[in-house]
Design a protein. Structure first.
Length: 184
């Protein structure tokens, strides 16, 4: 059994140089730093977290690794405008191990929708279960089925799932393009 590997998850997204990527609930920076490595300086990565100590830790880590394209923001991903990013300004939103620990999951998706450009992608990675000390308490697990339903209800288009290790699920969605909206 293995844990989710941020580098593997980022590879699944097939990022394009110049992408603007936002990580909701960036924590100590696993996915943020993996995105920075993948883009090799050709793009911008925003790590958003509401915990001051995580923000400071990630700022320090990004600086020590010379990831000059990483911006770390103390923000609230559950609130419209809580990321401080402009509307339709982002190519990719990554939500890693975040749903289980937040109460306003719909708010998270509303903010993702607000900042994603049409056709922009969203990656959701979260725990499949509670593992007695690893991951969330059983009552906080946000299942793959719940993530799928909530994301589709928020208007995102499901693309695919991929293996994110034995303890996590991973789902990729995109925001509908203008053409897709017209055809719906």
């Amino acid at each position: 059994m293995q844990f989710s590997n941020p580098d593997d998850n980022i590879r699944e997204l097939k990022l394009t140089p110049g992408d603007k990527i936002v990580i909701f609930g960036s924590g100590s920076g696993g996915h943020t730093l993996a995105a920075a490595r993948a883009l090799k300086g050709a793009g911008t990565i925003y790590g958003i977290d509401s915990r001051g100590q995580m923000v400071e830790k990630l700022k320090k880590e990004a600086s020590e690794r010379h990831h000059m394209n990483v911006r770390v923001v103390n923000g609230n991903v559950e609130k419209i405008g809580g990321t401080s990013l402009g509307p339709l300004s982002t190519d990719v939103v990554i939500i890693p191990d975040t749903f289980f620990s937040h109460s306003d999951k719909e708010g998270i998706l509303k903010e993702a929708d607000r900042i994603l450009r049409p056709g922009g992608r969203m990656l959701v990675v979260d725990w499949v279960a509670s593992f007695g000390g690893a991951g969330p308490q059983p009552e906080h697990v946000f299942s793959e089925e719940e993530a799928m339903k909530l994301s589709k209800n928020a208007g995102f288009v499901y693309e695919r799932r991929f293996s994110a290790g034995s303890y996590h699920y991973a789902l990729i969605f995109h925001k509908p393009t203008v053409r897709e909206k017209k055809m719906a």
